[in-house]
Design a protein around this ligand. Structure first.
Ligand code: CU
Ligand code: ZN
Length: 160
């Protein structure tokens, strides 16, 4: 057990000309749940899928971030489900001003160790993540959340 607080940060930049960007902060104390807080701007009002994807490779924009981070080979789900990808954080909700504020505490997202998310990417999507329940052929892999609007690499941070 590590008795140390880890901090990470992710600056999300627009994919192409989406105009969507954001900032995500992560804190994990003493091997406990990771607190994730995000603010994303430039979205259409409503729900947008929000995930940690496997790679920090954004050489061709958000698409080269790969699939949802899924070190245990599970099917797609939502953050409160027993069976899910580690990267499945559900949806952010944007208001009429296009701003989404998201906060959660997650037990599967880690900032150190073998399944650390450091160096991977956050992605926000054009559509709603159906949390695996939509009955679409993509529901069990991506939640059928549609295109990738913005993304960024998760990096280590000093305390904030
Ligand atoms: Cu995603
Ligand atoms: Zn997933």
């Amino acid at each position: 057990m590590e008795h140390k607080t880890h901090y990470a940060i992710c600056i999300m930049n627009p994919d192409g000309d989406s105009g969507v960007k954001g900032l995500v902060k992560l804190v994990q104390e003493h091997g406990g749940k990771t607190k994730i807080s995000a603010e994303i701007t430039g979205l259409a009002p409503g729900l947008h899928g929000f995930h940690i994807h496997e790679f920090g490779n954004l050489t061709e924009g958000c698409k080269t971030a790969g699939p949802h981070y899924n070190p245990e080979g599970k099917v797609h789900g939502g953050p409160d489900m027993e069976i899910r990808h580690v990267g499945d954080l559900g949806n952010v909700t944007a208001g009429d001003d296009g701003v989404a504020k998201y906060e959660c505490e997650d037990a599967l997202v880690h900032l150190s160790g073998e399944t650390s998310v450091i160096g991977r990417s956050f992605v926000v999507h054009a559509g709603v993540d159906d949390l695996g329940q939509g009955g679409h052929e993509l529901s069990s892999t991506t939640g059928n959340a549609g295109g990738r609007l913005a993304c960024g690499v998760i990096g280590l941070s000093n305390a904030f």
